[in-house]
Design a protein around this ligand. Structure first.
Ligand SMILES: [Zn+2]
Length: 237
């Protein structure tokens, strides 16, 4: 088939646009798959789970503390009451009984104070753990949000770029001779349709063309379409 050097150059340009469209589509598919976020999203889920566990632990320690405080308050009330009774009684027998009870209560109070201290320490540790996990989760959240936003921007850029190239491609295709375009599309369906002949290499398949075939190609008139013997692409000289 015949084609002027300009027509051949136009085919090469069309082929370059098609390659760019393919590259953009592949990149777009990669970006929209969200594959890049799999690890971070898993880390985010883990952190959210850890945060709930940690919050539950803190809640249960806080409950434990409230119980210890309530128990202590109760014992303190009873001690106060016993002290009042002790002051009011005139019976030494009663006084002995109250004093014995006071001893027990004081012992119990001391135990509860120790317990309260231990629970307070536990609460401090649980609060620190919760803060750490919350901080870790916030870091992951921010990193993920930032990356997702950047990804979204990249997708928009690629999409608008792809729109432009697709329009340009349609315009160039509409200016191409119908028969030539049909040949181009047929070759396109099998692979890269056009390649520039550079030194002895086919720009479409990157194979080095043998001396005999090369001699035949270079002997062809400029307006005759040359074909790569390896990939059948149109060779633009
Ligand atoms: Zn080739």
């Amino acid at each position: 088939m015949k084609a002027s050097p300009t027509q051949q150059a136009d085919l090469l340009s069309l082929s370059n646009l098609d390659l760019e469209i393919t590259r953009s589509r592949v990149a777009l598919a990669g970006l929209t798959s969200g594959e890049a976020f799999t690890e971070l999203r898993a880390a985010q889920r883990d952190a959210a789970g850890s945060l709930i566990d940690s919050r539950n632990q803190l809640d249960s320690v806080e409950l434990e503390l409230k119980r210890a405080e309530a128990d202590l308050a109760l014992v303190e009330q009873r001690i106060e009451k016993d002290n009042q009774r002790l002051n009011q009684t005139s019976s030494s027998k009663d006084a002995q009984g109250i004093q014995a009870e006071l001893e027990t209560l004081k012992k119990r109070k001391s135990e509860l104070e120790d317990l309260e201290l231990a629970v307070l320490e536990k609460k401090e540790a649980a609060e620190a753990a919760y803060k750490t996990i919350l901080g870790d989760k916030q870091t992951i959240d921010e990193e993920l949000a930032g990356k997702e936003a950047a990804n979204e921007t990249e997708i928009m850029k690629l999409r608008s770029g792809l729109d432009l190239i697709t329009q340009q491609r349609a315009q160039e295709a509409s200016r191409t001779d119908a028969e030539l375009l049909a040949l181009y599309e047929k070759k396109s369906a099998r692979g890269v349709a056009v390649g520039r002949l550079l030194n002895r290499e086919c720009g479409a398949c990157r194979m080095t063309i043998g001396a005999t075939a090369l001699a035949e190609i270079t002997a062809l008139p400029q307006d005759e379409i040359a074909t790569c013997p390896d990939c059948q692409a149109i060779l633009v000289r």
